[in-house]
Design a protein around this ligand. Structure first.
Ligand SMILES: Cc1cc2nc3c(=O)[nH]c(=O)nc-3n(C[C@H](O)[C@H](O)[C@H](O)COP(=O)(O)OP(=O)(O)OC[C@H]3O[C@@H](n4cnc5c(N)ncnc54)[C@H](O)[C@@H]3O)c2cc1C
Length: 395
């Protein structure tokens, strides 16, 4: 068994010194949660494609749900601390970090950004305590990258909206207590509608046979005449631009998550080459191995710098879609490369769950696609560079 705790977390540019004590403390708390609670059990859950509900109380006890949100019992973390949380969760396991990304980055963030004070008071306290789980249903079977063209309808009927359509790839929706369904109203405007568990006509089935993030399933949802009270439309959700605001800030967390996966793979590779002997010496003695490690560290250091600056910009309210997309694009691609290098450096053991790299290697494939694929992030950056929108015909 590989003990990566012997490998110091890479910090070549002394970035740890830029963190506050509070930021280091929350990072260490989440790291302990992963090491003590997640890592000993996660491979078995991953292999069975089963969510580890038993870990939820310990996750709740870390007090991180809600991230930067203030009030409602939320931790009001600094933006950098919130990023470190995403990083450490992913460093442990991609399914746990994805659950947090959905709960905090998408569900809580949607209600906090677009909900009325009454809606926030109604739903946020339980979401922040992890007493209730939230899901975010944007993607449809026929609309992924072009989610702006979503077809799910929200038809007004007296004091209610009636939802009809289908959603796909919705994390945790088959067990979530509430799902924010993005749908088009009678005027063609996109809004977020909160559908509570057990609402008739809402059918969410887990998608099976998935190779990434297996411990957290995504659901395929059919909505047939799902009736929600008028008050369940998020008050400030009037167009897809509002949905995009939530996605932009959530992508910051995904960039940090990618860094977490990369750290886990790099640390496993460093530990492995110091323990594994071939041709009479440990692998660490070979020049080609050192070159690989140096290139991995260069990428990790650049990812750390991007993440830190991105969170500073978010804290200063200067975050733009292009900034978030550039970091998501860069970090997901680099994490994917680092995982592939680490997997190779572990030889046959690199494809065994026991050594953890295989799980990260697979999980990054989900992260590479979700919250906008590599191509879509590039097109958002390309729009910033050229002023020409090469996708999304209408908003
Ligand atoms: C593990 C996982 C978790 C997810 N969780 C959620 C969730 O909780 N909620 C939710 O709503 N959704 C979720 N998603 C959906 C995710 O956001 C979509 O999968 C993603 O946006 C891509 O959409 P798609 O799968 O339909 O691919 P498509 O949009 O069909 O893309 C297929 C390929 O075509 C490329 N492409 C698309 N448009 C263009 C273009 N204009 N130019 C060039 N290339 C293009 C893409 O980059 C991609 O390579 C999740 C997905 C995964 C895999």
């Amino acid at each position: 068994m590989l003990d990566t705790r012997l490998v110091p977390t890479p910090d070549l540019y002394l970035l740890d010194a830029l963190l506050t004590d509070a930021e280091r403390a929350v990072r260490d708390r989440v790291r302990n949660f992963s090491e003590q609670h997640v890592l000993p059990v996660i491979n078995a859950y991953w292999e069975r494609a089963e969510f580890p509900f038993a870990l939820l109380p310990a996750l709740a006890a870390t007090g991180i749900t809600g991230g930067t949100l203030t009030g409602y019992g939320a931790p009001a973390l600094s933006h950098i601390a919130a990023g470190l949380v995403s990083m450490e969760l992913a460093r442990g396991d991609g399914s746990m970090s994805t659950l947090h990304a959905v709960q905090t980055g998408l569900a809580i963030n949607s209600i906090a950004t677009l909900g009325s004070p009454e809606q926030q008071q109604h739903w946020l306290p339980d979401l922040v305590q992890l007493n209730t789980i939230g899901a975010f249903a944007l993607t449809e079977p026929d609309h992924g990258s072009d989610a702006v063209m979503l077809e799910t309808r929200a038809t007004r009927d007296g004091q209610a909206y009636v939802l009809n359509g289908a959603k796909r790839w919705v994390g945790a929706a088959h067990f979530a207590d509430l799902t924010i369904v993005w749908a088009r109203d009678d005027d063609g405007n996109v809004g977020g509608f909160v559908v509570e568990k057990g609402t008739p006509g809402f059918d969410a089935q887990p998608i099976t046979g998935k190779i990434a993030g297996r411990a957290l399933s995504q659901a395929h949802i059919i909505l047939r005449d799902v009736r929600v009270p008028r008050e369940h439309r998020l008050a400030a959700s009037h167009s897809f631009k509002d949905t995009s605001r939530v996605l932009t800030s959530a992508r910051v967390g995904i960039a940090w998550e990618a860094l977490g996966h990369a750290l886990a793979c790099y640390e496993a590779a460093v530990a492995y080459v110091q323990q594994r002997t071939q041709f009479g010496k440990t692998l660490a003695h070979y020049q080609l191995i050192q070159v690989k490690l140096a290139k991995m560290l260069a990428e990790i250091t650049s990812m750390q710098l991007l993440c830190l600056r991105l969170s500073q910009l978010a804290a200063a309210d200067q975050l733009t879609p292009a900034m978030a997309s550039l970091a998501k694009m860069n970090n997901a691609a680099k994490a994917r490369w680092i995982a592939a290098e680490a997997r190779d450096m572990l030889g046959g053991n690199g494809v065994l769950l026991e050594y953890h790299v295989a799980r990260h290697f697979a999980d990054i494939e989900g992260l590479y696609s979700y919250e906008g694929t590599d191509t879509i992030q590039a097109l958002i950056v390309g729009r910033e560079i050229t002023g020409v929108q090469a996708f999304a015909q209408r908003a």
